[in-house]
Design a protein around this ligand. Structure first.
Ligand SMILES: Cc1cc2nc3c(=O)[nH]c(=O)nc-3n(C[C@H](O)[C@H](O)[C@H](O)COP(=O)(O)OP(=O)(O)OC[C@H]3O[C@@H](n4cnc5c(N)ncnc54)[C@H](O)[C@@H]3O)c2cc1C
Length: 450
């Protein structure tokens, strides 16, 4: 008799994990609390319900989400197969009819004899398991997770600042340095850890006017976040007074511009986000501005006129683990490799990213229970690079992350043309994913069934 495993949460990640386990011969109990207990965002009792937009984003390989999906297809993703059957016209994006999509997932899971769907709220952790309860994990289970992994391990809100790519920052307008020359970061550049964007009074005034009048996302009622001083949206701070930002995150003191020898009127600081120095975070810029408004307003910051945004800012209700501090490399409890986490709760952001971690969690739990080691694709692939981020990001500043090209290992050669560079990233990622699959004997679950 095959071993029984539990998957908690019948969302995108949980459905994918259960499927991967079942198609590898394991009997799975998939626990979903809806409709008995519901979340503030879900509306149906279906598995893999899409709570907001109906798109899995681009399918183009020169887009980070397109590449992620291509990798998931090599691994036999149930979620993408269901999305294909529910696809609606949306250009190069994979958009779906949400009801057809979640019905397709629900039906495929119901028809799989090795998966038993149990409708109940799980309140404690029992190995072997994949916990995939998402951004709205129920309170009782959240308490058990905190008891198991440490009180500080699980956050309930995110306050995400935008990230821009290093190569899109205009070096002629920014300077390196740390406040008063004091370094707070290990291994920082000898001139200082931060990139500083100095503003004149005129530039600050224009920026402030744009920020104050920009259109913001109001979100769902339950999503109204109690703002703490440490995670106040930058636009809310700006509205408190014309100097509030200059005395807050944009304070210029201790940051003398070496080119002028003077302190600027205000300074926006960028902090390195990844080890390779390709991703830079706008310090203190957590925001609820709509995405086109973030593009418009933040490009007024000197040095960022041509900024490429790898992640946009947001503030949400979101239960997520501080994965670099609380989990192992394959996103399991540090003291038990058979308690795995998947989906948005691990600190990835988005439908596709969540599904991808569910896929890998299912593969890895199956491997561990079969006596093999867990495996993670190389960081030249989008899935591998996301896992690396969740392992190696600075736990002090850890915020959820979406797929983007800044996460990948650099190419061995310098390529100036952006499209060409992305084509090369994608070609390398798919080649290396394919060879990783072969080396580790991982066959796409959908292929195994036929
Ligand atoms: C309001 C809102 C809007 C969003 N909009 C978007 C968007 O437009 N695009 C995007 O890409 N991402 C969006 N996200 C993020 C999105 O939630 C995730 O990308 C995705 O749904 C995460 O998948 P998941 O499987 O981790 O979690 P979910 O899809 O949320 O699945 C988790 C499941 O676990 C169940 N569950 C929770 N606790 C328990 C328990 N104790 N026992 C049993 N079952 C439990 C829940 O009922 C749920 O079905 C949004 C999130 C929210 C909250």
């Amino acid at each position: 008799m095959s071993q029984r495993v539990t998957v908690v949460g019948g969302g995108l990640a949980g459905s994918e994990a259960a499927w991967q386990l079942a198609t590898r011969g394991f009997d799975v109990e998939l626990h979903e609390m809806r409709p008995l207990t519901t979340t503030p965002a879900h509306k149906t009792d279906r598995l893999a319900e899409l709570v907001c937009s109906n798109t899995f984003k681009s399918t183009e390989l020169t887009n980070a989400h397109g590449l992620l999906k291509a990798e998931m297809r090599l691994l036999g993703s149930l979620i993408l197969e269901a999305a294909d059957t529910a696809r609606v016209a949306a250009g190069s994006a994979l958009a779906v009819d949400r009801d057809v999509f979640s019905s397709a997932v629900t039906e495929r899971i119901a028809a799989e004899r090795r998966i038993k769907v149990v409708r109940d709220e799980v309140t404690s952790i029992a190995a072997p398991t994949v916990i995939a309860t998402g951004p709205l994990t129920s309170d009782k289970l959240a308490e058990s997770i905190r008891a198991r992994l440490g009180v500080g391990a699980l956050a309930f809100y995110d306050a995400i600042a935008p990230i821009v790519s290093r190569e899109s920052i205009d070096d002629s307008l920014v300077f390196r340095g740390s406040r008063y020359g004091k370094e707070t970061m290990e291994g920082a550049d000898e001139d200082g850890a931060y990139l500083n964007c100095p503003m004149s009074r005129q530039q600050y005034d224009a920026f402030l006017d744009a920020l104050i009048s920009a259109d913001q996302y109001h979100g769902h009622e339950f999503d109204v976040v109690p703002y703490f001083e440490g995670c106040m949206p930058v636009e809310v701070m700006a509205k408190r007074g014309r100097d509030t930002l200059r005395f807050g995150p944009l304070k210029p003191v201790g940051l003398r511009d070496p080119r002028t020898g003077h302190d600027a009127y205000a300074v926006v600081q960028l902090r390195q986000e990844d080890r390779g120095g390709r991703m830079w975070n706008l310090v203190g810029f957590q925001t609820r501005l709509r995405i086109p408004e973030q593009q418009r307003v933040l490009k007024l910051i000197p040095g960022l006129a041509a900024a490429e945004f790898l992640r946009y800012g947001s503030i949400h209700r979101n239960s997520y683990l501080n994965s670099p501090a609380a989990l192992s490399a394959h996103l399991a409890a540090p003291d038990d490799p058979t308690i795995l986490f998947a989906g948005q709760i691990t600190g990835v952001e988005g439908y596709t990213e969540s599904s991808a971690t569910g896929l890998l969690a299912g593969i890895n739990l199956a491997r561990i229970l079969s006596g093999d080691d867990p495996v993670i694709p190389p960081p030249t692939t989008m899935i591998g690079a996301l896992y690396r981020y969740m392992r190696e990001a600075d736990p002090k500043h850890f915020q959820p992350m979406n797929a983007n090209f800044g996460l990948l290992d650099d190419l061995s050669e310098r390529v100036r043309d952006k499209k060409k560079k992305r084509e090369m990233f994608a070609e390398r990622a798919l080649r290396e994913m394919q060879s990783w699959i072969e080396v580790n004997g991982i066959h796409g679950a959908l292929a195994v069934r036929t």
